[in-house]
Design a protein around this ligand. Structure first.
Ligand code: FES
Length: 139
């Protein structure tokens, strides 16, 4: 398994063992859950928006899974406050692999992008652009 340089591997393990913003919000604007059926790993994000209905004010997550999926959720959750929904929608898998240190093996890409997909699908559901179904990632 390739998880990047020592520095990034340590960061991933640190976020995995000490996830930031872990838990649930009292009154989220929306929540969304996703999982990877091949391993059962799951992540749920709670998102609270500012009064403009577009800027993320707070984000928490909870879930269970491999170090990369949970560290990615922790790292993404740290970045979300202050971002607009449009900015989050514009993120792609490179943003996630970069956040994790850039050296994610093809086998682990699905681990790296689960959190991002959960938040992006949650945004689409919030906007009424998608059926409110649990996200499944299985690429
Ligand atoms: Fe399941 Fe990483 S092994 S998401």
């Amino acid at each position: 398994m390739s998880m990047g340089s020592d520095m990034y591997r340590q960061q991933i393990l640190d976020h995995y063992k000490n996830p930031r913003n872990y838990g649930e919000l009292d009154s989220p604007t929306f929540s969304h859950r996703g999982y990877n059926p091949s391993c059962g790993d799951e992540i749920e994000f709670d998102i609270e928006l500012a009064d403009d209905g577009e800027t993320i004010e707070a984000a928490t997550f909870h879930g269970e899974g491999c170090a990369i999926s949970q560290a990615a959720a922790s790292m993404l959750g740290e970045r979300l406050p202050g971002m607009t929904l449009a900015e989050v929608e514009a993120m792609d898998r490179e943003d996630m692999t970069e956040m994790l240190g850039g050296d994610i093996s093809p086998m682990r890409i699905k681990c790296a992008v689960l959190a991002e997909k959960v938040v992006q699908d949650g945004i689409e559901i919030y906007r009424g652009e998608r059926d409110p179904e649990t996200t499944e990632i299985s690429e």
